[in-house]
Every structure is written in structure tokens, then in C-alpha cells.
Design a protein around this ligand. Structure first.
Ligand SMILES: CC(C)(COP(=O)(O)OP(=O)(O)OC[C@H]1O[C@@H](n2cnc3c(N)ncnc32)[C@H](O)[C@@H]1OP(=O)(O)O)[C@@H](O)C(=O)NCCC(=O)NCCSC(=O)/C=C/c1ccc(O)cc1
Length: 564
């Protein structure tokens, strides 16, 4: 597959601007009524890999000096030409110097940096499989993911290397180290330039990444995504950048590249649009305001807590007049927060989108800011090529517009399944291949999606997934806890916080603070249980399933009672 063959012809906007999702009463299926122009068709050539696909659409060689990435803390710039060379050199180093081969899993443990996209594109170029993790995860959590994914090599920020050591997996660091025995990505980028043999190249059906998500129930599982899944979402992303007129925007990246939202946008998907992205290593509100002013940022893919922060705490000493578009994803954006943001920033288009790790990122979006302004509670319309059903959980019937039920999805971006977990995979797909999202939704008559509630057992803290089952397993490992259930409690700033109901062993003197500390010492900060209530028994169904809704109602009553 040559680079030229993968390149789109021209860049004119052949976009059908009819929007909405059409409902077919015969089949009960909603589908996008928007059409992709000819130049945005999802490539079907079987021997195409996502790295070749992305790099084939970099700006032409005559524009090699165009800036792709800027480090927000040092202002160091990476041009598209440098990015291409770094990817090719690192891929060569991974293959020839480190022996990484097609199908090997490479574990990336690092915060955001301008090097992160190079690492992802190089790993994918050699046909290795990317697995990523939050560097705030504990050594125990990382060891579990290393084991589950079968990682063969680690690529870590130097401060995270210690967490990989106990796993025994060989690891390299990102920046050159004073320890001469440590190989670094920087050295490989500088030294290696041997060609990759044709045989090593991956193709569309090969696995590209294993990202972790708890899905609708249970603990975190490896979501298997292919090159084809990424090629499809990246095609749609490029189309959406064009259709939302964002092609000349300067983007700000603080959402993490180790999750699908940041990975699909910033580590892979925005480069075909030729945009410039300013990268923050981690989120800091003040640093974000400074970066917007200094780099004249116009577009921020964000999450609700950041939008709330901008609406509430924006410091007028900063000039944010460059801002044009802010996206919200990863967690529900309330109408109140959206209204408050629009009041503070009347000239900025705020749009919500809906997506999942299991759908390789976005499934819905808003083509225009106006559509979003008039429907502040909606998450937009289906992306082209997506099909949806809204299924009543009791009757199994497909719901017409305004009828609520579980959202089911089909598209070229949907995962292959959960790694080595046939049971969870078959529970998540219907017999005829629909992905059951675990979200309670409806479409209005114009085909706009509204996410009403979560059916799945999941807590979203700052847009990060927290699996109740994982915290319950931990709580049950405490010698003085005989039963436990973890539920979400609404929180203005973080969206939700995890709260535990705990049954103590007889005569135990366990206190709330001890339970909080016990969990906190073993999990990443965003998973901490932040409230504990003791209870005599956990309510369960006849089949032994925790009745979480009853506990959520109980917690709300307890809050009200405490207020009186
Ligand atoms: C920017 C946020 C909202 C806030 O950042 P933060 O204020 O730094 O807070 P953190 O949650 O990152 O963690 C801070 C915690 O870590 C701690 N911490 C800090 N550094 C340290 C340290 N080195 N050591 C140990 N502790 C530390 C720190 O003390 C603090 O602890 P605590 O106060 O107890 O919460 C951040 O949480 C964030 O980026 N969240 C986004 C998560 C995210 O991208 N989720 C996407 C999942 S995928 C998905 O759903 C996709 C949807 C999608 C939807 C639509 C689309 O179009 C496409 C996709």
C-alpha cells in the first residue's frame, strides 16, 4: 500500500449538510442522514494500517515545516516533517534494535507530551499493539494490565519506570537518561533509519490497540480495537473537523492521550487535518488560561469539569478571545453548566458529543454550534455510517423517537470484543452484532440523541471510569469488612464520586477514615472512595445482584435527612 494510494484527492468540502438521524419504523433503526463526500470515504483496502493512513494525509512535503505540536511548558515546536521522521526512525528502532514484531503488545505509561503521538504512530507502524494506562495508576493496577494484555515491552516516562519494574517486562524510557543502561525513545529517534521490511506491515483487520474499560458491568477489560476501527474513526474525525470549520483552529490538548478521547483526537486523528496542537503535560486551570492566551487557542476538546471551571472561575485578566469552539465528551454535560458557559462565553460554540472506548471514540456530534445551542441537553446526531437502536430492556422492543431505552450501536468503529473474555463480549453484543452501550437514551423527532441515565454499573469521576466491582473486591479483601457495595454520588465539580456502603464484621471498630485510607492506598486518586456509610446488610436481588438503585435512593435520603 503506497502512501499516495491512501491519500485523499483534494480537500474541497463535498459535504451534504442535512443533519439529524433518520428513524426507520420498519426496522426500528436510526441512522445518520448526513453523507460523507467522496473524498471522505472510509478506505476499504485490506492491507492498510492506521499509521500509514494517518501519515499519508500529513500536509504535503512542501509544507514540512508546518507546526504540528507545541509543548505548552517549553514552547518547543514539532513540525509535520519532524513528526514524520521521528515516527519512521522510532519504528525502525523498535523493529531492528529492540526486536518488536507484529502482534507484540507495547505498554505505554506516560502523561501527555509532544512525544506521545510519535510513540503511538511508531508502535502501530510496526504492527505492534498499543496498550496505554493512566500514569496515576498504582503499581498493582499496572501489573494487572501488563499481565492481562500480555505486554512484551514498556515505554515509560522515567518517573513511572519503577511501577513497571516488578512486572519483569523490559522497558525503555522516553527521554535520554543519565543511566547508560537505559535505552530511550530519544536515542532511537536519533540513531535508527533502517527500512522496515514489507512483511512486517500490519493490515486493517489486525489488532491496533487494547484499551481498558469496565464496559457495562464488572472490572476493567481489554477493549480490542483494530486498524480498521481507527481508520474509520479518523476518517470521520477529519470530516467533522472540515464540516465544523475547525480546519484552521489551534487546538489545546490536556485531555489524556492514554484514553480513547485523547488518543483518537490528539495522538492520531487530528494530523490529517493539518492543525496545530498545543500539548499540556497535565491539566492545571491557570496553565490552561495562560496557554489559551499565549497560543491563541481556538478549539478545546474538553470534559464537563473543565467547562464548569471556565464558566465559574475564568479570570478576566486573561484574554481568551481567540476561543471559538469547545467540545464536551466523556461524561454528561448538564444544561445548567452549558447555560452558564454560554452566558460567560457567548461567542464560543459549545458542543457535546457521545462516545465510548468500545466505539473507538465519538458516535455522535453537533455539526453546528447553533444546533447545539438550541438543544443544550442533547449530545448531537449520529456520525455518518453509524446505526442505532433504542431498546426497551423489559420488552426488547425498538423504541420510536422520544421512547427511552438502552442505546445499541453498529458502525465500522465498533470494537471486536473484550480480550480473552468471551462471556463479557457475548453479554455486550446482541446476537446480530449490536453493541449494547449500557446507557439509557432517546432520540427526539429530529434525530438528536439525549443520554438520560446510566444502566451500566459505572461511576464517572472527572470523566474517568471507576468500576464499582473493582472497589468492592478491594473492600472485601479487608479482614473487618464482610460485605460492600459502591455507588455513584453526584458531585458538582467532578460529576460523580464513589461512595461505599460497608457491612462491618461483628465487634469491628472500623471507622470511615480507615476505610477511605485502605482503598486510597491501593488505587489511583480518581478511584478513591470518598464517602463511606456503614449498613447492616447490602440489599440484593434473589439472584444475589446488588440493588444499586436502592442504595442510590438511600444515599439521597441520607443527604436530605442530614440537611434537616
Ligand atoms: C482535566 C481533568 C477533568 C481534571 O484534572 P485534574 O484536576 O488534574 O484531576 P485528575 O482527575 O486528573 O486527578 C487529580 C488527582 O490526582 C492526584 N495527583 C496528581 N498528580 C499526582 C501524582 N504525581 N501522584 C499522585 N497523585 C497525583 C491529585 O492529588 C488529585 O487527587 P484528588 O484531589 O484526590 O482527586 C482530568 O480529570 C481529565 O483529563 N479527565 C478526562 C478523562 C478522559 O479523558 N476521559 C475520557 C475517557 S474515553 C471516553 O469516555 C470517550 C468519550 C468521547 C466522547 C465524545 C467524543 O467526541 C469522543 C470521545
Amino acid at each position: 500500500m503506497s502512501v499516495e494510494e491512501a491519500t485523499w484527492v483534494g480537500n474541497s468540502r463535498l459535504v451534504d449538510t442535512e443533519t439529524g438521524s433518520k428513524y426507520d419504523p420498519q426496522t426500528g433503526v436510526y441512522r445518520s442522514s448526513m453523507k460523507l463526500g467522496d473524498q471522505y470515504q472510509i478506505p476499504t483496502l485490506p492491507d492498510l494500517d492506521v499509521a500509514t493512513f494517518v501519515m499519508s494525509q500529513f500536509p504535503p512535503l512542501s509544507e514540512n515545516s508546518k507546526v504540528a505540536l507545541v509543548d505548552a511548558s517549553t514552547n518547543a515546536e514539532v513540525s509535520y516533517g519532524q513528526l514524520r521522521r521521528s515516527v519512521e526512525s522510532l519504528a525502525s528502532g523498535l523493529y531492528h534494535a529492540l526486536g518488536v514484531r507484529k502482534g507484540d503488545v507495547v505498554f505505554v505509561l506516560a502523561p501527555n507530551s509532544v512525544m506521545y503521538p510519535t510513540i503511538c504512530l511508531a508502535v502501530l507502524s510496526v504492527g505492534a499493539i498499543l496498550t496505554t494506562a493512566n500514569p496515576l495508576n498504582t503499581a498493582l493496577e499496572i501489573a494487572k494490565q501488563v499481565r492481562d494484555s500480555g505486554a512484551k515491552l514498556g515505554i515509560a516516562a522515567s518517573e513511572e519506570l519503577e511501577k513497571l519494574k516488578p512486572t519483569g517486562v523490559p522497558a525503555i524510557v522516553i527521554h535520554r537518561s543519565s543511566d547508560e543502561k537505559l535505552v530511550s525513545v530519544e536515542e532511537l529517534v536519533e540513531c535508527c533509519d533502517l527500512e522496515l521490511p514489507e512483511l512486517a506491515k500490519p493490515c486493517q483487520k489486525d489488532t491496533a490497540a487494547i484499551l481498558y474499560s469496565s464496559g457495562t458491568t464488572g472490572v476493567s477489560k481489554g477493549v480490542v480495537l483494530t486498524h480498521a476501527n481507527f481508520i474509520a474513526i479518523i476518517t470521520l474525525l477529519r470530516w467533522s473537523v472540515d464540516v465544523t470549520a475547525a480546519a484552521n483552529d489551534v487546538f489545546l490538548c490536556f485531555i489524556p492521550m492514554f484514553h480513547i478521547y485523547g488518543l483518537a483526537f490528539f495522538a492520531l486523528g487530528l494530523f490529517p487535518s493539518g492543525v496545530k496542537t498545543v500539548v499540556m503535560q497535565k491539566f492545571d486551570f491557570g496553565v490552561m488560561l495562560k496557554a489559551i492566551q499565549a497560543h491563541k487557542i481556538s478549539n478545546i476538546p474538553a470534559v464537563p469539569p473543565v467547562i464548569l471551571g471556565l464558566a465559574k472561575y475564568h479570570d478576566p485578566r486573561f484574554d481568551l478571545s481567540s476561543l471559538r469552539r469547545v467540545n464536551s465528551g466523556a461524561a454528561p454535560l448538564s444544561k445548567e453548566v452549558a447555560d452558564a458557559f454560554r452566558y460567560k462565553f457567548p461567542g464560543v460554540e459549545l458542543r457535546s458529543g457521545y462516545g465510548l472506548t468500545e466505539s473507538c471514540g465519538a458516535a455522535t456530534f453537533f455539526p453546528t454550534g447553533e444546533q447545539s445551542r438550541t438543544r443544550p441537553a442533547s449530545s448531537g446526531v449520529l456520525l455518518p455510517g453509524f446505526y442505532a437502536k433504542v431498546v426497551d430492556d423489559k420488552t426488547g422492543l425498538e423504541m420510536a423517537p422520544n421512547g427511552k431505552g438502552e442505546l445499541w450501536l453498529k458502525s465500522a468503529t465498533i470494537m471486536q470484543g473484550y480480550l480473552s473474555n468471551a462471556e463479557a463480549t457475548s453479554a455486550t453484543f446482541s446476537a446480530d452484532g449490536w453493541l449494547k452501550t449500557g446507557d439509557l437514551c432517546y432520540f427526539d423527532e429530529d434525530g438528536y440523541l439525549y443520554v438520560v441515565d446510566r444502566i451500566k454499573e459505572l461511576i464517572k469521576h472527572n470523566g474517568y471510569q471507576v468500576a464499582p466491582a473493582e472497589l468492592e473486591d478491594l473492600l472485601l479483601s479487608h479482614p473487618e469488612i464482610i460485605d460492600a457495595a459502591v455507588i455513584p454520588v453526584e458531585d458538582e465539580e467532578a460529576g460523580q464520586i464513589p461512595m461505599a456502603y460497608v457491612v462491618k464484621a461483628p465487634n469491628s471498630k472500623l471507622a470511615e477514615g480507615q476505610v477511605i485510607e485502605f482503598v486510597a492506598s491501593q488505587v489511583a486518586p480518581y478511584k478513591k472512595v470518598r464517602k463511606v456509610r456503614f449498613i447492616s446488610g447490602i440489599p440484593k436481588s434473589a439472584a444475589g445482584k446488588i440493588l444499586r438503585k436502592d442504595l442510590v435512593s438511600l444515599s439521597q435520603t441520607q443527604v436530605l435527612t442530614a440537611k434537616l
